[in-house]
Design a protein. Structure first.
Length: 326
């Protein structure tokens, strides 16, 4: 298939592009490089530098088509910043997304796999969270993604667009060639690894008194390769599924202390950390159910061991101590 991957210079998007290329697909990437890295784009995948909200950049992309499908991973994704500056998130995740959808319509592209978020569910009323859970986002990031999901429903009804949207919490790990490298890192695992390596100050652990086995927050960590695999599996079924919304999850979850302990074991060195006050809006446990994904697409995570996820992330960071600058 000929595929357009938006956000293909970012962490998850570049891995999706890598696996798609390796599976024999012809891949074009669009990314504005504000948070992505040019060096993360796989060899053999042409890169158009620009936003999916820029009609001229999209037209440049679509001259490289025709495309069989779009894998849409371009987004603003820092949850805390979305509360203080929601305008950026509604522009990037909703308005720009609509520009992309209308460009697809103009060029006759009728398939999309959308990287949404489990943040659309808000505070969990039950765990693990399934797709029937109430959708009450508590930040503009989740709200903007949910609004775009609503657009996909209407574009399916009115224009026949077929789409699969994936909701998940925390991507983690790396391939041999691609890992996490952000200018302003917020994800736990790279922060823990950098603290252990002495590249950052001691890690702040926000809250030690949650109703969890060790008092720290529990989160769902899914290997980035498993997330990318789900996107590619969906390509083969999107025509059958019409307009579908599915969770990707490990269904187990790991606490902050478990992540720290695993990093200490893998690196054979201590992780310096300090206690900090709880962050507003941080639920004790966020874990997604993936039963519907298993039933409908036959997907299950291949990398369920937290140690394997940590080892892959650390191997990449050892090879790239300065990120994609080296």
């Amino acid at each position: 298939m000929k595929l357009l991957v938006t956000g293909g210079a970012g962490y998850i998007g570049s891995v999706v592009a890598e696996l798609a290329r390796d599976a024999g697909h012809d891949v074009v990437v669009i990314d504005d490089l504000r948070s992505g890295n040019r060096a993360a784009v796989p060899d053999g995948c042409p890169l158009v530098v620009g936003s999916v909200g820029d009609p001229s950049a999209l037209e440049q992309c679509f001259t490289l088509g025709p495309y069989d499908a779009v894998l849409h991973l371009a987004a603003e994704a820092a949850i805390e910043a979305s509360v203080t500056n929601p305008s950026v998130y509604f522009q990037a995740n909703l308005t720009d997304g609509l520009t992309l959808l209308d460009t697809m319509r103009a060029h006759g592209v009728q398939r999309m796999v959308f990287s949404s978020t489990a943040a659309i569910y808000g505070e969990p009323q039950r765990v693990p969270i399934d797709e029937g859970h109430p959708q009450q986002p508590i930040n503009a990031y989740g709200e903007s993604k949910l609004m775009f999901e609503t657009c996909l429903r209407w574009y399916h009804r009115a224009y026949g667009l077929r789409s699969v949207s994936f909701r998940y919490f925390n991507a983690a790990g790396a391939t041999d060639a691609r890992g996490e490298d952000r200018r302003d890192e917020t994800h736990l695992l790279p922060l823990v690894l950098d603290a252990a390596a002495g590249r950052r100050p001691p890690l702040q652990v926000f809250g030690l008194d949650y109703q969890t086995p060790d008092g720290t927050c529990v989160r769902d960590y899914v290997h980035v390769v498993d997330i990318a695999r789900a996107h590619l599996v969906a390509l083969g079924r999107v025509d059958d599924l019409g307009c579908t919304f599915l969770n990707i999850g490990s269904e187990s979850g790991h606490s902050v202390r478990q992540v720290i302990d695993t990093v200490e074991s893998v690196l054979a060195r201590p992780v310096p950390w300090v206690p900090a006050a709880r962050r507003a809006g941080d639920p004790a446990t966020l874990v997604a159910s993936a039963s519907r994904l298993r039933e409908q697409l036959g997907w299950s995570p291949a990398h369920t061991d937290l140690r394997v996820i940590v080892e892959s992330a650390w191997t990449w960071r050892e090879r790239h101590p300065l990120g994609y600058l080296r």
